[in-house]
Design a protein around this ligand. Structure first.
Ligand code: URA
Length: 210
């Protein structure tokens, strides 16, 4: 599992995540913390982007300076909580294209049901970063990635805030070519498909619903 999943153990990230987990944390702080953590997730998920050297002139000298090369980026938000990660990602990757996939979890079967799908036409030419804060059963994430593959995406990574071992297993079985970056691998799922210890319902906490 270790090559497949990157769990970021940075102290700042862990501290902010602990604040997010607390049930006392208010909606505005939760939203701000997720945005900040997502910037760090963006930093990690882009760690191996290829570079090329271009000639630039500083005020002092002419140099061969490294710049990002290769595929352009596309961030896909799995609605609705994915939008909380999207904002932080775009802070660091402002030129990325954006797509949205709407899936809800059937409360009985816990299976994903699609209600919205809008992604850039040239997704096949881009490195696609799929974002959803909670990798719980893994069914929605796997379904979203399957949909994106059907649209031609060939190069993908999945970014979440918390991952349950059960969800990682489902993703790795379905999409071993889509590595996962997360702030924490949590203990397990409860009988309702919630991550333990988790942070509750990410969408509700992000948008102040319920
Ligand atoms: N979705 C959430 O928002 N929280 C969980 O714990 C699991 C899925």
């Amino acid at each position: 599992m270790s090559d497949y999943v990157t769990e970021i153990r940075h102290p700042l990230m862990q501290h902010k995540l602990s604040l997010m987990r607390s049930k006392e944390t208010t909606t505005d702080n939760f939203r701000r913390l997720l945005r900040e953590i997502s910037q760090m997730l963006a930093y990690e998920v882009t760690r191996d982007l290829p570079l090329e050297f271009v000639t630039i002139e500083t005020p002092m000298a002419t140099i061969e300076a490294p710049t990002i090369s290769g595929k352009k980026l596309c961030v896909i938000s799995v609605l609705r909580a994915g939008n909380g990660i999207l904002d932080g990602m775009l802070d660091l990757l402002p030129a990325a294209r954006v797509g949205h996939i709407g899936l809800y979890r059937d409360p009985e079967t816990l299976e994903p049901v699609e209600y919205y799908f809008k992604v850039p036409d040239d997704i096949a030419e881009r490195l696609v970063i799929v974002v959803d804060p909670m990798l719980a059963t893994g069914n929605s994430a796997a379904a979203a990635v399957t949909k994106l593959k059907e649209r031609g995406a060939t190069s993908m990574k999945f970014v979440c805030l918390l991952a349950a071992p059960e969800g990682i297993k489902v993703m790795q079985a379905a999409h071993p070519d889509v590595p996962i970056v997360t702030a924490s691998i949590d203990q397990c799922l409860n009988e309702h498909g919630y991550i333990i210890p988790g942070l509750g319902d990410a969408g509700d906490r992000l948008f102040g619903t319920k």
